[in-house]
Write a protein that binds this ligand. Structure first.
Ligand SMILES: *Cc1c(COP(=O)(O)O)cnc(C)c1O
Length: 463
């Protein structure tokens, strides 16, 4: 017997069936309707492809049960935690920096009730949300003053609007970056109401180029950290000290869009291209802007640190309100910054820094543990492979971290199908494909997640 399109029942008829009516009491009418529409649409698509299929018994308990499953699946939150097995530590698509436990606890405490966000507990009078982290940032960076906003893009925009709107900003052609997600520095400068004066060339810019571009209308010399690409060969750029001297002589402001922003020297871990915020300010940069959730390892935030008169101008600017940080991020940021002080060890207590600095043998031990857990899962072909992990989020693109992965192949399943199945797990697991095998890179996987990955792979292998 062939099923025809005209055999498909009306949705209204299905809604009147007792088993489905019962389902509707348990869930909502809208959800039941959506599930029914999906089932009918799928059947219609199958029939239109010329594939014959028997229709289910729409009035049966089994069919109602199937609808229930569909509704439950649709009820899963759209945004949720995943396991990052990509080997990219600060993964833009996976929410960038994972936060430390104490940051999560601080965030939770503030989220669940009221807080002294803008109350001075000493005087009982109105306080400022900016006060909670300013001293800490100054202590950790040597800045005179600091203020925190929603993210680094907002930090750059606010800094330019408040100091350079209607005037000109001088920047090197070699530093007019795009960092992805449609953040292009030249566009941000235009949005701030300032005019961009490009100087130098892609590979070489000298202090004299900046000097020649400065006129009465110049407000800012803007440096930016070219964190996501590298120009090698015939290159030149002035030092920060040289630019700082020029800015001082000409009475203009020297700013740096730093992007990632590290508070401690990472050269012992082989990372030589990432300048420390304290050194940048010491070199004479007036304002530096950096992210809270890149190498700092905290929540999304944009930190502006530097000269106190300029920070006061930013705090008083009308745009400040539109870009201010929210209380949850602020709580998490304060807790993260505290981990940079003794007795804490930021290289261990901050997940991003721990993932960067963890010895390769320990990463390898996790890969081995996962591989051994899967030894008995017959059809799975698992081995431990040495890999290269990256910091990510445009930070240190050339930096390669030795890592180890469990490399998995499953008979009869393409790598694409296997990664798709892993993404459907609860929680979803995100790996990568290399040379027709699925790699689960252990540098970004936390110890407690190894067992979850093993169970997921076993389940996939057994179905
Ligand atoms: C990442 C980055 C930004 C933007 O930071 P967000 O926190 O994502 O807004 C700005 N400038 C540079 C140089 C960056 O690397």
């Amino acid at each position: 017997m062939t099923t025809r399109l005209s055999d498909l029942p009306q949705i209204q008829t299905l809604l009147a069936l007792p088993a489905i009516e019962k389902l509707e009491e348990h869930y909502s009418r809208a959800e039941t309707l959506e599930a029914l529409r999906k089932v009918i649409a799928d059947l219609r698509a199958t029939l239109l492809e010329g594939i014959d299929c028997a229709l289910p018994d729409f009035g049966s308990k089994a069919f109602a049960h199937k609808l229930g499953h569909l509704i439950e699946a649709a009820r899963k939150p759209a945004l949720g935690a995943v396991i990052n097995a990509t080997g990219i530590i600060i993964h833009t698509n996976l929410g960038r920096a994972p936060m430390a436990a104490s940051a999560v606890a601080a965030l939770q405490a503030v989220a669940a009730g009221s807080s002294n966000l803008e109350l001075d507990l000493g005087t009982g009078k109105r306080g400022s949300r900016h006060d909670h982290v300013e001293d800490l940032i100054c202590e950790l960076t040597g800045a005179q003053a600091a203020v925190v906003v929603n993210n680094c893009a907002a930090a750059v925009l606010l800094s330019l609007v408040a100091t350079a709107a209607g005037r000109s900003v001088v920047a090197s052609r070699g530093e007019l970056i795009e960092i992805g997600g449609s953040y292009r520095l030249p566009d941000v400068i235009v949005q701030s109401g300032a005019t961009l004066r490009e100087v130098g060339t892609t590979n070489k810019t000298r202090t004299s180029d900046y000097a020649q571009a400065i006129d009465d209308n110049t407000a800012v010399l803007l440096k930016s950290h070219t964190s996501n690409f590298k120009i090698i060969g015939f290159t030149a750029a002035p030092t920060r000290q040289e630019l700082a001297q020029l800015a001082k002589d000409e009475q203009v402001i020297l700013m740096e869009d730093l992007g990632s922003g590290v508070l401690i020297d990472l050269t012992p871990y082989g990372m030589t291209d990432e300048p420390v915020v304290r050194d940048i300010l010491k070199a004479g940069v007036d304002l530096v802007m950096f992210s809270g959730d890149k190498l700092l390892g905290g929540p999304q935030a944009g930190i502006i640190a530097g000269r106190s008169d300029l920070i006061a101008t930013l705090k008083a600017h009308p745009l400040m309100r539109a870009v201010r940080i929210d209380k949850l991020s602020l709580a998490a940021l304060e807790a993260t910054l505290r981990l940079y002080r003794p007795p804490h060890d930021p290289m261990f207590d901050i997940p991003v820094l721990r993932m960067i600095s963890e010895p390769a043998e320990e990463v390898c031990a996790r890969a081995t543990r996962l591989a051994s857990a899967l030894k008995d899962a017959g059809v799975l072909d698992v081995r431990v492979e040495q890999t290269i992990a990256h910091v990510g989020a445009g930070s240190l693109p050339a930096q390669e971290l030795t890592s180890f992965a469990a490399s998995v192949a499953l008979e009869g399943l393409s790598p694409d199908t296997l990664t798709a199945a892993l993404r459907r797990n609860t929680p979803p697991i995100v790996g990568r494909i290399e040379r027709d095998r699925v790699l689960l890179d252990m540098r970004t996987v936390q110890a407690a997640e190894v067992g979850i990955i093993a169970t997921a792979l076993q389940k996939i292998a057994n179905t």
